[in-house]
Every structure is written in structure tokens, then in C-alpha cells.
Write a protein that binds this ligand. Structure first.
Ligand SMILES: Nc1ncnc2c1ncn2[C@@H]1O[C@H](COP(=O)(O)OP(=O)(O)OP(=O)(O)O)[C@@H](O)[C@H]1O
Length: 348
């Protein structure tokens, strides 16, 4: 089922938790809602679920306006960060819960419920775990059961609110890869809330970046990473260096150096250039951007140089290319820098 959000707003006192949001999620898509704390992710998910009423706007499931339907009528599947399994029920009973509590005329018979539970236990790769109680499971296993319970009712959409947020980093990475494979099997339309950009980029078909209750950018992971629409998205999505300068005559100009901008640049005036530490390369001093090596930081997986550029208040980070034959420059030396990929945003 596809999902359409139209002009959705929700205010708390004078805070716009959601500010006229428009969003289309296609049937079968896995979409990540990504943003820092307080950007409105959870509010959006709760309004879609029917747990929270918007001030204005509409939620459509397919062609049906679901805005005034209850949680149950919407038939959505929901998984929260903190395991909400029923402690006194076995894993199998937990998974069966949504089907068993349906009104009699829509309730499958016992055999059909058992078949569905077995099918889901296999799907979440816990086929032998039906008789266990939640306290006998690890955190990751509990979340897989919570997911099976949400899927049991064949939900119109699956809504996941930081479902792996309480797990340790390694389990988190395993589970998100598992969820991606599971999604490919089920084709279930899914919205996934996270504040972790890596999780969003690895997991989702499309990523929605939220800021202060509004949508800053919607795109595939490649688009969000490679063509961030604003300085905010560039900064949020990975490590970033900034250089202060000006846009002038189709170039970005800073102390004694100019960089070419896309042909369609028609802005002018103060601007910031954003470049990632691995999108810098060493080059000849007289053609490159001149920088002084302020410090060399060696780590297990990379060597990062801290660089000072004349006229710039903030240092640059530069990941020295691992394949480079040249020796890592020493602190105090001067190098030329080539910027392989960068983006320039006019100052606000
Ligand atoms: N019940 C409430 N009463 C008052 N303000 C609220 C309430 N719920 C949310 N807010 C405010 O609405 C804004 C959006 O909150 P929301 O929980 O949707 O953000 P979030 O992106 O999910 O953040 P987090 O990652 O911390 O969960 C925040 O400014 C928050 O303080």
C-alpha cells in the first residue's frame, strides 16, 4: 500500500513539531526518516500510526483518507525502541496477539494462526523459540520478535521507531542488514525512524532528512550523500570541512585561490564551501590550495592531517590517501591541496 502525507502540521505550544509536511511513500518502499533529536521524526510516525492527532493535514493509505481512523482501524504495524513484548506471554503468543484479538468475524481460526506464527518464526530466523518467554531472549532477539508481531496482521504500513536504538553497536549493524534482507523478502511498505545517518544510508531505498519539523531533502542514499541540498544535510550526513569565501563570476574565491563552480551557478556573495576529508588530494604547491600541516593524527584505519589554510578560522581535516606512495608530510610542512569533490552553499 502506498502512503501519502499532505500538509501535515502539529504544534506543541509555540514549537512546530511538524510544519506542513508533504511526503509520498511508494508501495514496497523502505523509507528512513532521519534527523537530529527534536526534528519531528517520532511525531510524524505517531501521526501516521493514528497515535497522535495532527492540527491539520491528511494521511492517505492508497486512495483512502485515514486521518480520522484509529490505530486499530489503520491496521499499521509498530515497533518501538524499547521492547514492548508482553512479558507473561510466550514468543508465539506475542506474535499471535494481533490476530487473536481481532473481532470474531475477522479472526483466523486456530490452525491458521499457528501457521502464520510458524511462518513468522522462520522469517525472523527463530524457528525454535516459540515457547520461550521474552526474558529468555537477547535484546536483538526481542526486537526480531517485536517485528514478527507487527508483521502478523499484514499491516498496511510498518512503522519502526529506532527499533535497534537500545542495542549495542555491533548487534545494531547486524540487525539492520538483516532487516534489509527481510524487507527484500516481504516487500512491506516501511517507515524507519533513526538519528543515525549510517543506518539510514545503509538500510533505506530513500531517506527523508528532517529539520525543525520540516523536510530538508528527500532522496536515495546516493543523492543524499553525493548531492546534499543544503549545508545542513552535508553536515549531518558525514564528516565535513568548511571553507569561508565568496561566489564571484562563477567561481568560489578565497585568499589567493579560486575554484570552479557548476556552470549554472548564478549566485554571488559570501558563501561556504563544504568538502569531505577523503575528497581532498595532495597536489603541487603552486597549483593547489596552500595549507600548512598543523598536526598528524595516526589511527588504526587512517592517517588524518590537520591543516591550516591562510585566512580560515577553522582547520581542515584531510585523510591522507592510504594508497599514496609519498611519505606522510610532517607537521610544520606546507602542502598543495586539490579538492576532488565539493559543494558550495551561499551564506544564509
Ligand atoms: N508531548 C509533547 N509536548 C510538548 N512538546 C513536544 C511533545 N512531543 C514532542 N514535542 C516537541 O516536538 C518537537 C519534535 O519532537 P519529536 O519527538 O517528534 O522529535 P524526534 O525527531 O523524534 O526526536 P528524538 O530523536 O529525540 O526522539 C520537539 O521540539 C519536541 O520537544
Amino acid at each position: 500500500m502506498d502512503l501519502k502525507i499532505r500538509q501535515l502540521s502539529k504544534h506543541y505550544a509555540n514549537v512546530a513539531a511538524l510544519d506542513a509536511i508533504d511526503l509520498d511513500v511508494e508501495s514496497g518502499e523502505l523509507v528512513a526518516l532521519l534527523g537530529p533529536s527534536g526534528s519531528g521524526k517520532t511525531t510524524l510516525l505517531r501521526v501516521i500510526a493514528g497515535l497522535l492527532h495532527p492540527d491539520s493535514g491528511r494521511v492517505l493509505f492508497g486512495e483512502n483518507d485515514a486521518t480520522s481512523l484509529s490505530l486499530r482501524e489503520r491496521n499499521v504495524g509498530f515497533v518501538f525502541q524499547h521492547y514492548a513484548l508482553f512479558k507473561h506471554m510466550t514468543v508465539a503468543e506475542n506474535i499471535a496477539f494481533g490476530l487473536r484479538s481481532r473481532p470474531r468475524r475477522r479472526r483466523p481460526d486456530k490452525a491458521a494462526i499457528k501457521r502464520r506464527v510458524d511462518e513468522l518464526l522462520t522469517l525472523i530466523q527463530l524457528p525454535e523459540f516459540g515457547a520461550r518467554y521474552p526474558e529468555q531472549l537477547s535484546g536483538g532477539q526481542k526486537q526480531r520478535v517485536a517485528l514478527a508481531r507487527a508483521l502478523a496482521i499484514d499491516p498496511t504500513v510498518l512503522l519502526l521507531d529506532e527499533p535497534f536504538g537500545a542495542l549495542d553497536a555491533k548487534v545494531r549493524v547486524e540487525l539492520r542488514r538483516w532487516l534489509r534482507r527481510l524487507h527484500e523478502q516481504t516487500g512491506q511498505t516501511t517507515l524507519f525512524v533513526t538519528h543515525d545517518q549510517e543506518e539510514a544510508l545503509e538500510l533505506a531505498d530513500r531517506v527523508v532528512v528532517l529539520k525543525d519539523g520540516g523536510i530538508e531533502q528527500v532522496g536515495t542514499p546516493d543523492e543524499i550523500y553525493g548531492e546534499p541540498a543544503s549545508a545542513y544535510v552535508f553536515d549531518f550526513i558525514g564528516r565535513a570541512n568548511t571553507l569561508e569565501g565568496r561566489i564571484d563570476g562563477g567561481q568560489f574565491v578565497l585568499d589567493g585561490h579560486a575554484l570552479r563552480l557548476p556552470a549554472d551557478t548564478d549566485d554571488s556573495g559570501p558563501a561556504q564551501l563544504y568538502v569531505r576529508p577523503h575528497d581532498l588530494a595532495p597536489t603541487a604547491l603552486d597549483t593547489g590550495l596552500r595549507a600548512e600541516v598543523a598536526a598528524v593524527h595516526r589511527r588504526a584505519d587512517r592517517t588524518t592531517l590537520e591543516l591550516r589554510v591562510q585566512g580560515q578560522a577553522k582547520p581542515l581535516e584531510f585523510d591522507w590517501p592510504a594508497a599514496s606512495q609519498a611519505a606522510v608530510p610532517a607537521a610544520g610542512s606546507e602542502i598543495g591541496l586539490q579538492l576532488l569533490r565539493y559543494r558550495v552553499y551561499p551564506a544564509r
